[in-house]
Design a protein around this ligand. Sequence first.
Ligand SMILES: C=C1C[C@]23C[C@H]1CC[C@H]2[C@]1(C)CCC[C@@](C)(C(=O)O)[C@H]1[C@@H]3C(=O)O
Ligand SMILES: O=C(O)CCC(=O)C(=O)O
Ligand SMILES: [Fe+2]
Length: 383
Amino acid sequence: MDSTLVISSPLEGARENHKDNGDAFSHVPFLKKKETSTLTNFIWPKEALVKAHEELREPLVDLDGFLKGDVVATQQAATDIKEACLNHGFFQVRGHGVDLRLIQSAYDHMDSFFKLPASTKLRAKIRPPENMWGYSGAHANRFSSKLPWKETLTFGFHESSSGPVVADFFKSSLGMDFEQAGAVYQKYCEAMKEVALAIMELLAISLGVDRLHYRRFFQDGYAIMRCNYYPPCEEPGLVFGTGPHSDPTSITILHQDQVGGLDVFSGNKWKTVRPRHDALVINLGDTFKVLSNGAYKSCLHRAMVNKETGRKTMTFFFSPREDKVLTPPEDLVRRDGTRTYPDFTWSDFRGFTQTHQRADSDTLPNFVKWFQDPSRPPADLYD
Ligand SMILES: C=C1C[C@]23C[C@H]1CC[C@H]2[C@]1(C)CCC[C@@](C)(C(=O)O)[C@H]1[C@@H]3C(=O)O
Ligand SMILES: O=C(O)CCC(=O)C(=O)O
Ligand SMILES: [Fe+2]
């Protein structure tokens, strides 16, 4: 790839501006020369790059009362969550019971990891056929345009009789120097799963179905855990850290540092999310939308970058076990009188995001069309 790449017309101006600047961007800080991309490969169409001008007023739900069994606090939390999920699928929680020192320790290990020389980070690079676990710089191994301005370290989490999967991943892919990091992330994922199951209970209450329905459904669930580092960027107005999308997973629990950059689409506008060090950010994904029979929104969001400061976040993407059919609770279907989505599994849907369409704002409807008529190839959106 080089700076003479042809780009679409709305970006001609941007390309011209950067033509003479080839060198400045031929070393995107987190890519090796070989897979070098100029800024051109990161630029998004102008229409997508609208700025957010106001702050989102999402509920900040205190889980403490619910976790202690307080009936009034539980009802209040469920009511707040219901409103947020009907509107945009996004809220924050505090009183979640996760030790803030564990969160800090996870950031410390992440810091040390991303500061390593590329050659060490690449010891854990994503390898086919498993297309997701490991280190990635801008997903440059998967995509060639609209690259995200981020480095990621991704790994899976589930309970397994063969031992702690996260700790094992760190040791096997990065070596014994990362044993402690692996132990911290193993604990972090276990803590996130507890929070996720608590929220599943509140979601059930909020939808008026058997309180334990989703908790049971997700008990043997699967998570994808990701550490994100968004380096400072010379041209923050032309790129995204993570482009606009809904998570295809069920719920995402995100912790962000104090830099800011997460935006949510709500009331037909992009809005900024205020970072809160003691809170966890919760957003619903497409798979929970399916499990709520379409009642709850899958949150449309994105991550912005800035010129001065790198930003770090940690995302715990939670889904049901891969082979479980995503059927909404019977009560809900009876009440609605119809099923909104066909039967499919998380494995079917996840596969679609890894081979046919990069997750964006339309992944679910495009998946459903293709799933119902596989003879019709999906639009080629995996570039
Ligand atoms: C199943 C997944 C695909 C992504 C990781 C998990 C959950 C969120 C998805 C993602 C983050 C949405 C934005 C685009 C994406 C390509 C990214 O920027 O990382 C998505 C992930 C992925 O395909 O790796
Ligand atoms: O890092 C962020 O603020 C958001 C990341 C995100 O949305 C994602 O990875 O799916
Ligand atoms: Fe996301």
